[in-house]
Design a protein around this ligand. Sequence first.
Ligand code: NAP
Length: 142
Amino acid sequence: MAGLHVRSLLVTGANRGIGLGLVQHFLRMPKPPQWIFAGCRDPKGQRAQELQNLASKHPNIIIIPLEVANPASIKAAAAKVGEHLGGSGLNLLINNAGMVKSNTLDTETLEDMSEVYTTNTIGPLLMGQVRPSPKLGCAGGA
Ligand SMILES: NC(=O)c1ccc[n+]([C@@H]2O[C@H](COP(=O)([O-])OP(=O)(O)OC[C@H]3O[C@@H](n4cnc5c(N)ncnc54)[C@H](OP(=O)(O)O)[C@@H]3O)[C@@H](O)[C@H]2O)c1
């Protein structure tokens, strides 16, 4: 990513693991993005503490409440991003949020499979459809 310059990006699941590592990576770039939108489903929770600390030192990090398995949350997040970007568009979306449920053939359930599929497959699809818009809040993917 040495030659990459992005003005704005959104990372889902940015509060820990690889997502938080990506936020830190972009901060360390020679020309850091003007906007780093850090999607996090529980911004006030204990698991977001490290991200909160980072954001308090870097004003270009904007923590956005975002649950990728919830279309209403995605729309609200897109509206918030749109407010900051003012119609200039998002340069990069990193669909990082994801989960695993370690089940076996005997223990697998419809609920667990549905949750994993919704989070890992439908969530990224919905994220790719939505458009940040300062005026409309969010428009469907056209
Ligand atoms: N680590 C690996 O070796 C590996 C290998 C292959 C693929 N991956 C994929 O890479 C991604 C990151 O992996 P990781 O190891 O960093 O995972 P991780 O440490 O488990 O972190 C997952 C992140 O996704 C968030 N998340 C989970 N479900 C979400 C939802 N419904 N809405 C919004 N955020 C949600 C979590 O938020 P909470 O803190 O709120 O739970 C957390 O921020 C995942 O998609 C994973 O499947 C990882």
